[in-house]
Design a protein around this ligand. Structure first.
Ligand code: HT7
Ligand code: ZN
Length: 884
């Protein structure tokens, strides 16, 4: 497949203004009739009409009712002699939903029909100008067997439905909003709906529906509540109303991603939709609230204003992630709960996006080229894109950002636009802001890949009572980008005395102090800021709230980090101090291979966190969780996954032992009584109780004490909700307690009819801490389990991705068996579902940083995959990038 370049963008030669689709739905062969009204684009040079089509059987092509000559060139249907004036094009083709294991286009799942058209799935349904800048008004007629498919849905409003001969029936839908083909959807199946009528602030009535399979209805309450809250939030915060009378969500268990924002007919992976206290954890409840919100928010940021081309993907994804993050923070309400959400988001960014930025697939937020767009639904486009949007807000202020959003919609509603259009709207609405003087430099966040490094050092001048902060930035080379220009980096900061007081911030040349927190803007390679009126060298709290997606080297000593851990008013930086203190202990031993022995300063600091009566439980759990093995690897030039695993294991054990009494006190103090609620206080308590239990069982198993494993097993058996049940099971499995196996068996027996819970069962075993190859052997065995299937992406991810992506010590083996397993699964999956295979292929992104013997073995496995001649473009692009 060819490399597609952003700079080669050309407007389409034709516009499709309306499309009438008719589907005769049959699993083996569905007949599609498409009637389009087409207009030549007078702004560009004349050329043939080239329609995209993939894996279709073409039956006929008519222009204005007459047959016309055409040719098929690869995956394109080419009509050379299309009329100059507006014309009607009719195409009839078939596709095979039942054979569509790629889950892109029209496919069957659980006896129903579903579609997934983003990014380029519509061309697998019928021939079309399948590109986001071609926006059309759709009318859809669905015909199907009534008994098997009683529910027939598509975008927009239902115009008519009724019976047909032979037990079939029909439904006619019309969507009044012009949309790109990637937002088209249809669903047919035996589904039931939770319904809710609402009246929004603007006084309009709407019908909200969540469609699922019959037994799943009671698991949709949280999604419905989340949808209602999202609608209210978008109207309140951004004045963006729901524009449809009817808004539908449908759950499907075979789905490549989390969910899809099809206009008025969002389709969700059941794993991103269905929760109940008995089957889902607190984290699942929060994730589902965020995904429901995310898809709903796309209705404006994505659907009403869409992307001109797929290079602009972050225009809708980064902005919509930013919006769902803000929504979740507002829902969390209390300042400490907001901070917890921010910490979780940053932890996720660092775990997923930072490694991407330093690996073979590093790309800019607005990439310059791609082979397969499906490979670019990445943490860089989504999460780093959201950080870029957050920096706009930091630079222009919250109100300024809202003004910018208003201008963006005033200018571009109904259009397909670019990241530059977004930047211009935010900037034009905020003349004289910190952004307006450096917009071009700011936009380097879109064009330069890589995570900038910021170095910060302070100089205190006792006689002048000044403290100068010297900042320097550098962005390491990434594939195809050796030299980078300086970026605009907002550094939110404060200064503390060593006794912990927040100090007033007055820069040299200013008349007075401007509070105790401010944002410095670093936009040069090196820059200094001098603060006056200081009696001692302060402790700098930099990059508060993680104000920019950079790696900060602030040179703080452990003593200074302990001051921040104890006194910083910024909860994010308090947490950051806890992680830095842990890293300062882990990294030297990983580098040297020596034994780790925890010092009392660290243990006392952690004890103080655990005992604090001011900190919330949720924060304590985050501060006491050690950095992940992946994040530790990210800090190293040469990665030895086994050494990292050993160091973390030792540290965990020492922390468990040194704080045993405090863990016990925390466990007992954080029991939640009464009915289940996923609110931040209750879920924070459960998080800390689960961590404490994990530590207590770990310590007990090492010392041969049976009490805590017994208590964990009891809690596992009696738990009133999945968060506690899973917490207890995890404690047993992670400590390799003797009771782990019976607990796992009991868990399976209890939940064998709950596929989403069985996914958890596989996932837990896939990410269990490795010892002597037992976990790896167990995963291979589980591949043969009757419940395992590679065809269902959730199931494939639960076991295989857990091992390859989230269990470095089980995966990176000196005998290379992990890599052989990976290569086999990539090839096997590629024949079924290239998108999922492409994701799995990404596991080797950073193989060049591995120590020997891992590096050579990884290379061999990559070469074996590369040698396969008929790889999908998804896998081929990832492997080629890794090898070049
Ligand atoms: N915009 C949606 C992306 C998506 C997707 C992309 C490729 C293949 C399958 C897919 N399913 C959903 C999801 C979102 O960002 O909201
Ligand atoms: Zn999205």
């Amino acid at each position: 497949a060819p490399l597609i370049h952003r700079e080669d963008y050309c407007a389409p030669v034709y516009w499709i203004r309306t499309v009438d689709l008719c589907f005769d739905l049959e699993p083996a062969k569905t007949l599609v009739t498409s009637k389009m009204q087409i207009e030549r684009n007078s702004a560009v040079a004349h050329g043939p009409l080239r329609l995209h089509g993939e894996e279709l059987t073409l039956l006929r092509v008519l222009i204005n009712g007459e047959s016309v000559s055409f040719r098929q060139e690869g995956d394109e249907l080419v009509i050379d002699n299309a009329p100059d004036a507006d014309f009607a094009l009719e195409i009839r083709n078939t596709c095979a939903p039942e054979k569509n294991t790629a889950l892109s286009g029209l496919y069957t799942s659980g006896g129903g029909f579903f579609t997934q058209c983003e990014a380029e799935g519509f061309r697998r349904i019928t021939y079309f100008l399948d590109r986001p800048d071609v926006m059309a008004v759709y009318s859809v007629l669905l015909r199907a067997d009534k008994a098997r498919y009683p529910v027939l849905l598509s975008n927009g409003n239902l115009l008519e439905q009724g019976a047909l001969d032979n037990g079939r029936h029909f439904a006619k839908w019309h969507d009044p909003f012009p949309k790109p083909s990637y937002l088209f959807a249809l669903v047919a199946g035996d589904l039931v709906a939770r319904e809710q009528r609402i009246t929004t602030r603007s006084g309009k009535d709407h019908l909200l529906q969540v469609y699922v399979r019959r037994g799943d209805l009671e698991k949709t309450e949280h999604a419905m509540n989340s949808l209602i809250a999202s609608i209210a939030w978008d109207e309140a915060r951004f004045k963006l109303p729901l524009d449809l009378e009817r808004f539908m969500i449908v759950g499907v268990s075979d789905f490549n991603m989390g969910a899809m924002e099809n206009k008025g007919l969002n389709i969700f992976n059941t794993s991103a939709l269905l929760v109940s206290p008995a089957t889902a954890t607190d984290a699942d409840f929060n994730r589902i609230e965020a995904i429901v919100a995310h898809e709903y928010f796309h209705n404006w940021t994505g659907n009403r204003v869409t992307c001109r081309d797929w290079f602009q993907l972050s225009l809708k994804e980064g902005l919509t992630v930013f919006r769902d993050q803000e929504f979740s923070m507002d829902m969390a309400a209390a300042p400490s709960a907001r901070a917890v959400k921010r910490i979780e988001d940053v932890r996720n960014l660092r775990a997923m996006q930072f490694p991407e930025d330093s690996g073979a697939m590093a790309h800019a937020v607005r990439p310059d080229s791609y082979v397969e767009i499906n490979n670019f639904y990445t943490p860089t486009i989504y999460e780093k894109g959201a950080e870029v949007v957050r920096m706009y807000q930091t630079l222009v202020g919250r109100e300024g950002f809202e003004k910018g959003m208003t201008l963006y919609f005033e200018r571009h509603d109904g259009q397909a636009v670019t990241c530059d259009d977004f930047a211009a709207a935010i900037n034009d609405a905020n003349p004289g802001s910190e952004l307006s003087t450096r917009l071009d430099a700011f936009k380097r966040w879109y064009s330069q890949a890589g995570t900038p490094r910021v170095q910060a050092r302070g100089r205190f001048d006792a006689s002048a009572r000044t403290w100068t902060l010297d900042l320097a930035q550098a962005n390491p080379p990434t594939p195809g980008q050796d030299d980078k220009l300086s970026q605009v980096i907002p550094v939110r900061m404060g200064l503390l005395s060593h006794a912990g007081a927040a100090l007033p911030l007055q820069l040299q040349g200013e008349d007075a102090a401007a509070g105790t927190e401010r944002v410095l803007v670093l936009d040069k390679a090196e820059q200094s800021f001098t603060f006056v009126g200081l009696d001692e060298a302060p402790v700098a709290s930099l990059l508060r709230q993680f104000s920019a997606p950079v790696v900060l080297d602030d040179g703080l000593t452990d003593a200074e980090l302990l001051v921040l851990l104890k006194f910083d008013t910024d909860a994010f930086n308090r947490w950051e101090a806890s992680q830095r203190l842990a890293l300062n202990r882990l990294l030297p031993v990983v580098r040297s291979g020596e034994e780790l022995t925890l010092d009392t300063a660290y243990i006392d600091g952690m004890r103080a966190v655990l005992r604090s009566d001011q900190l919330d439980s949720a924060f304590k759990a985050l501060a006491l969780t050690l950095p992940s093995e992946g994040y530790i690897a990210e800090q190293l030039d040469v990665i030895d996954p086994q050494r990292i695993h050993a160091a973390v294991g030792t540290m965990q054990l020492q922390l468990a032992r040194a704080l045993r009494d405090d863990w016990q006190a925390a466990f007992e103090a954080n029991q939640v009584a009464g009915g289940y609620s996923a609110d931040p206080v209750s879920s924070g308590k459960r998080a800390l109780a689960n961590l404490a239990l994990q530590m207590l069982v770990l310590d007990a198993v090492q010392t041969g004490n049976d009490i805590w494993p017994g208590r964990a097993y009891q809690r596992f058996k009696d738990a009133g909700n999945m968060t506690e049940r899973m917490g207890a099971l995890t404690a047993l499995v992670f400590a390799r307690a003797g009771l782990a196996q019976p607990a796992l068996e009991r868990f399976h027996a209890l939940f064998k009819h709950e596929p989403l819970v069985i996914d958890k069962w596989f996932a837990l075993q896939g990410r269990a801490p490795e010892l002597d190859g037992q976990v790896f052997a167990r995963v291979k065995q589980l591949m043969q389990h009757p419940d395992f299937s590679l065809k269902n992406p959730n199931r494939a991810r639960s076991l295989i991705f857990s091992l390859c992506l989230f269990n470095p010590a089980a995966f990176h083996r000196t005998d290379a068996a992990g890599y052989v397993f990976w290569a086999d699964r990539v090839l096997e999956l590629d024949a079924i579902n290239p998108q999922v295979a492409g994701r799995l292929a990404r596991v080797m992104d950073r193989w060049t940083k591995l120590a020997e013997p891992y590096r050579s073995a990884a290379h061999e496995a990559l070469a074996r995959v590369a040698a396969k001649p008929d790889l999908s473009s998804d896998v081929r692009e990832v492997i080629d990038r890794a090898l070049n």
